[in-house]
Structure formats: C-alpha cells, structure tokens
Write a protein that binds this ligand. Structure first.
Ligand SMILES: [Zn+2]
Length: 384
C-alpha cells in the first residue's frame, strides 16, 4: 500500500485547493440553496472520477447525489459522505478556509467536506483497473446528516440494501482510528396535560402538569445505570407560564442512547414502562411521542472483516489501527443497523467538529488517503 503514499502526497495541493472551494460555501443543513451549490461542485468532481451521478431532488433540504460506477466483479461497495454542516449562513464570511501551522481550517472542513473529497481522491489513486474488480461502486453524498438525515435516510436504506460493504467518510481525530461502533439514539417528546386553576383561590381543583413531569423526569433519568451502555438525558423542559396559575401544560425533550440492539430495545421498553406507570398527580394525561431513531452501529462479523482489512493495510503504512466506539451517530448507524457490514470514521484526521476551531491536519492527509486507497484495493479480494 506504500505505493499509494507518493501519489497521495502529490495529490495534497489539489485536495486543499478543491476543499477550499467546497468549504467557502455556507451549507448548513437548513440552507438548501447553499447545500445545492456545494452539491454542484461535488457532482462535477464525481463525474471527473468516472461516476454517473443521479440527483435525488429534495423539497426542503438540499438535493442528495448518487454516483454510480459499474465493474466486472461481484462486490457491491457503498461510500457515504454528507455535504451539510452545522453552521448557519454567514459563517464562511467570518472565518473562511485558512491554513495556519500545518492545519487547514474552515466551516465543515473536518466534518466532513474533506472526507467526501478524500473518498473520491482514494478512488482516483487506485485507478480504473482496480475499480473494475467491483460489481458496483455507489457514492452517496447527502444533504442533511447533521439534523439526522430526515430526507436522505430512505435513499441510504435503499442503496445499503443492495450493498455488501459500506464505508462512511466521517472524520476522526487520530490516524490510527477507524469507527466500528456508534450508539443508537432514540429521541422523544414527553407531554403532560393537567388542569389549570387559581393557585391561591382553588388550588385543589388544579392538576399540576409541571409536578407530574418532574416526577417523570426523575424516573426517566433513574434509568441511567440500570441497562448496560444506556445513557438517557432530558435536555429541554417547557411548561406553565405564570406564578399564580397551576400549570396545565408541561413538556420535555429527551433522548436515550445504547450501544447494541438488545440494550437499545430494552431502553425503549423501559421508557415506555415509566410513562405507562401510575400517575403521581392524579388526572394528568401523559403523551410520549417518539422522534427520530438511529439504530446502533454494532460490531458484527462483517464489520470485523472490514476492520481486518483496515488493520492489514494500515500495518503496511506503519499504522496500528484501533477500532473505536463512540456515542455520536452517523449515517453508518442506518447501514449498520440494517446488518450491512459498515466501517466508519474513514475521513481525514483533525479535531473540533461543530466548533470554530475545526480543522484537518495537512501532514496526515497522505497516510489517510493511502489507507483508504489500500482498503478499496483490498476489498474485492477479501470480501468478494
Ligand atoms: Zn459528519
């Protein structure tokens, strides 16, 4: 795999010049126009790499791209990267792409515009002869990962269903890291309906929705530690409005995370049991509304095969690959949750995603590109 190192080093100036163009366009998840402008550049880059690119049109969020390339082999590979960022319009004007002290800064450069470009560059590095050993290579660039992929999840599910292996180009902070496990996330809105009353004149006729919600919050938070790997957080509360009125309404937003399907399902059942339990404040009505669900990305046999390939390729590059688990979700949760072998965290090396200090480390670009290229070259033999 060392053979790719020199070519990867030679590619760095072009990678930086191109990622600068992508980074210097605001593309927050809610900025359809900005995401579509980035999409036009990414699409042109995929076409240059030999992909036929379909546009998955979206009404609310940016359009998703699906690059396709057919080969003569059998293995069907899916690569995934997202074009949206967490930053609102105007962020680029404040802090555009910049290189300082061997680091390239800019909104979304690390998470993960450079990851998409790293994936495409690695495909270029291995060249058409190797790519032809695949049955098909599909490259999804989606528009809305940072808000849970509401528009792109059906596309990802459809493409993952006909893939044998998935590589997700999310970033990572250490050149030896790849991501094999991510906790699943279940989001909820919990609402309590009580009865309003004058707090001084007829308090006994009121039913305090905030009090009932408070008891529910304590019971929900108490689930932490009762199920392995589970973490539950009540993150927002609203309710009532006036000091002298028994509040008729209160609600909370919370999420539960767990590392594998068994404990994830146990967590969901435990939440439902708390809500179904007896009311502390009589005559209040409680509604639990499930929100977005990301199934856990767990380590399966197929994922272990992908890790083994990464380890072999990495060893040749002087890396000691360390598979990582993280609490954060990505589109890898969707593909891994479906049981499709998924290796994540294959983007470039840097730090501080979702933060103004976000950057990639330039000196670590060649090794990462060579690792990606080596994995892409080895997969048809190892998994085909
Ligand atoms: Zn990301």
């Amino acid at each position: 795999m060392r053979e790719y190192l020199q070519a990867a080093s030679d590619a760095v100036p072009a990678v930086l010049a191109e990622v600068r163009e992508w980074v210097d366009i605001d593309s927050g998840s809610h900025d359809k126009e900005g995401v579509d402008r980035v999409g036009a550049l990414v699409r042109a880059r995929l076409v240059r790499a030999g992909f036929a690119v379909e546009i998955d049109r979206q009404q609310v969020y940016g359009d998703n791209l699906v690059g396709r390339r057919a080969g003569d082999g059998t293995l069907r590979l899916l690569l995934i990267g997202h074009m949206d960022t967490v930053y609102p319009r105007g962020t680029v004007a404040q802090r555009p792409f910049a290189v300082r002290d061997g680091r390239a800064y800019g909104p979304g450069i690390f998470d993960m515009k450079s990851g998409i470009l790293a994936g495409i560059t690695a495909l270029d590095l291995v060249g058409p002869d190797v790519l032809a050993r695949y049955g098909s290579i599909t490259f999804i660039c989606n528009s809305d990962e940072e808000i849970g992929s509401p528009g792109s999840t059906p596309l990802i599910q459809a493409e993952a269903a006909r893939a044998d292996a998935v590589l997700v180009l999310e970033p990572t902070r250490n050149p030896n890291f790849v991501t094999v496990a991510r906790k699943g996330i279940a989001a909820y809105t919990l609402s309590v309906q009580g009865v309003a009353a004058h707090a001084g004149v007829t308090p006994e006729s009121g039913r305090n929705a905030i009090l009932e919600l408070a008891h529910l919050i304590v019971a929900l938070q108490a689930l932490n530690g009762t199920i392995p790997t589970l973490s539950l957080n009540v993150g927002a509360v609203t309710g009532g409005g006036q000091r002298n009125v028994v509040p008729a309404e209160a609600s909370a937003l919370f999420e539960m995370r767990a590392a594998d399907r068994e404990h994830f399902d146990a967590g969901r059942a435990a939440i439902e049991a708390v809500v179904a339990g007896p009311r502390i404040v009589p005559d209040t009505t409680v509604t639990l509304e499930p929100g977005a669900v990301h199934l856990p990305l767990a380590v399966t046999e197929g994922a272990r095969q992908l890790v083994a390939v990464a380890e072999t390729v990495g060893a040749d590059l002087g890396l000691s690959i360390q598979p990582q688990s993280t609490g954060g979700a990505s589109d890898g949760n969707t593909t891994g949750g479906m049981g499709i072998p998924t290796l994540d965290g294959l983007g470039l090396i840097g730090q501080h995603s979702h933060n103004p200090a976000e950057h990639i480390t330039i000196a670590q670009i060649p090794t990462r590109l060579a690792l990606l290229a080596g994995i892409i070259r080895a997969l048809p033999e190892q998994m085909g």
